[in-house]
Write a protein that binds this ligand. Structure first.
Ligand code: NAP
Length: 461
């Protein structure tokens, strides 16, 4: 059986209901791919093309006619042509009068033209009902049947009836139409496919900035300082030791930054005594990219785990262990087991393992396929309660790792503390403020505010 056959059967509706012919202008990649899917969905398709010669590329059940002839056969015409060629439609304005024109076009740059392509099309053919749709679906996904990631089709237009006709086709293709309103929304819809990871920009820039900062910080403390004062060359630390210091530091700071906007929002709401007042823009944007911040944090935590696994096979570590054994043998002295150190070491490892396990669990539950299968309360429980537990475990892992090193003067080179000590600042602030916020005298009014109660109505908009 063809690998797409199940897909095709799912898309093919009851063909006993005769469907209206759909016309597609343009026999390029997108026109052909869309035409093929529309035929599978039970619609007759006619192509309008500059070249009416038969071609093996064109779906065999479709007719290929001139633009004028094809347009006369259908009430709905999909314009699968680049915007810069739209002026060929002007002479066809009379034939296109009253027809539904579907603009599927994209641009090369955000806001490339003063008006959206769909609005430009509406100006060129004023008698037609223009609808914007399908621009976020790719020809490749249509052809290969891999539409899972992009099932949503944004639709907008000024004519409700025309929009409804287009949405019916979208549904018949097994896709989900999302009505975005009037044609004014077209520019925004055209910008969607051109945006480069919009929610990831802040987390990635922040982690790059922090990585650069902590890299130079560790370089100064762990390589330049011993070189200057002890004439020791630890430059090879750049490869594993320093990355293995930066990764946990970033994982912990970024995880804390996932929860910091929540506590800031709570403080703002308590201060204002209402939830009906917008947060500052920076806080809104920060809250929107918490999931991405958490996933970047998880990536750093995973790298830390991998770097830690190779520690026993490192040449430097093996040399240090064997020279300790040799020195004990030469001095005829055996160092007794330090039970306190053994406890500390096992505890910080156990905290790290548990923290990482919950971290992975948080990452998994943020996947849409998993979060779609839990209800809102379950999702909040995992992301909030388990999230805070992860933060507590990871902070405790770092605190126990530090142990009595916090008090040792040798931990401060050029007055600079170890990087992991700096990484504790944000999580400790978040955890302390969160702890204060769960006191009933603050938690009760906050809960009431979040349920709609207002202490200072003058703050509400
Ligand atoms: P394409 O392969 O370059 O095809 C465009 C078609 O436009 C040509 O095959 C041609 O069809 C027609 N054409 C070219 N010059 C013309 C002219 N001067 N006058 C009239 N017709 C002309 O482009 P495409 O990839 O199919 O994209 C078509 C539209 O779909 C674009 O607006 C694009 O932004 C949009 N889109 C594409 C994708 C995708 O994945 N490719 C995804 C979403 C949206 P005839 O030879 O039959 O006349």
């Amino acid at each position: 059986m063809n690998k797409n056959s199940s897909n095709i059967m799912a898309l093919a509706p009851n063909t006993s209901n005769k469907r209206e012919t759909v016309c597609i202008f343009g026999t390029g990649d997108f026109g052909r791919a869309l035409g093929h899917k529309i035929i599978q969905s039970g619609y007759p398709v006619v192509f309008g093309s500059r070249n009416t010669q038969p071609s093996s590329l064109i779906p065999k059940d479709a007719e290929v006619l001139s633009h004028a002839e094809a347009a006369q056969k259908a009430a709905i015409i999909i314009i699968a042509i680049q915007r810069q060629h739209y002026n060929f439609l002007t002479p066809l304005a009379e034939i296109l009068h009253g027809k539904v024109l579907v603009d599927v076009s994209n641009n090369l740059k955000i806001n490339q033209y003063p008006e959206s392509n769909a609005e430009y099309l509406a100006q060129l053919v004023p008698g037609a009902k223009v609808v914007k749709a399908f621009n976020t679906v790719s020809a490749w996904a249509l052809q290969s049947g891999t539409l899972d990631a992009s099932r949503q089709v944004f639709v907008c237009g000024d004519d409700m009836g025309a929009k409804q006709m287009v949405m019916d086709i979208v549904r018949a293709l097994g896709l989900t139409p999302l009505d975005q309103g009037s044609l004014l929304a077209a520019q925004e819809i055209e910008n969607y496919p051109l945006q480069l990871f919009p929610m990831w920009k802040f987390p990635i820039l922040l982690s790059l900035g922090l990585t650069a900062f902590f890299f130079f910080y560790c370089l100064t403390r762990d390589i330049i300082y011993p070189y200057v004062y002890e004439n020791k060359d630890f430059s090879f630390f750049i490869v594993i030791s320093i990355p293995n210091r930066i990764c946990p530091v970033l994982a912990l700071i970024l995880l804390a930054l996932v929860y910091l906007p929540g506590v800031l929002a709570a403080i703002i709401q308590l201060y204002r005594g209402t939830k009906y007042h917008r947060f500052p823009d920076w806080l809104d944007k920060w809250m929107l990219c918490r999931k991405q911040l958490g996933l970047v944090a998880l990536a750093f935590a995973s790298l830390h785990v991998l770097y830690t696994l190779v520690i026993p096979i490192r040449s430097f570590v093996r040399w240090r262990q064997s020279s300790q054994i040799v020195s004990q043998a030469l001095n005829n002295k055996t160092e007794p087991l330090n039970t306190t150190n053994a406890w500390l070491s096992d505890s910080y490892l156990a905290l790290g393992i548990l923290g990482f396990f919950l971290f992975v669990l948080l990452g998994i539950t943020s996947l849409p396929s998993v979060s779609n299968n839990v209800n809102w309360r379950e999702f909040r429980f995992v992301q909030s309660k388990l999230g805070y537990l992860t933060l507590i475990l990871c902070t405790a892992h770092t605190l126990v790792y530090g142990g009595n090193r916090f008090l040792r003067p040798s931990s401060y080179r050029w007055y600079l503390p170890n990087a992991y000590m700096l990484s504790l600042i944000v999580p400790c602030i978040v955890l302390v403020v969160k702890f204060v916020l769960i006191f009933p005298c603050l938690d009760k009014p906050l809960t009431r505010i979040r349920q709609g109660w207002e202490r200072n109505p003058q703050f509400s908009e």
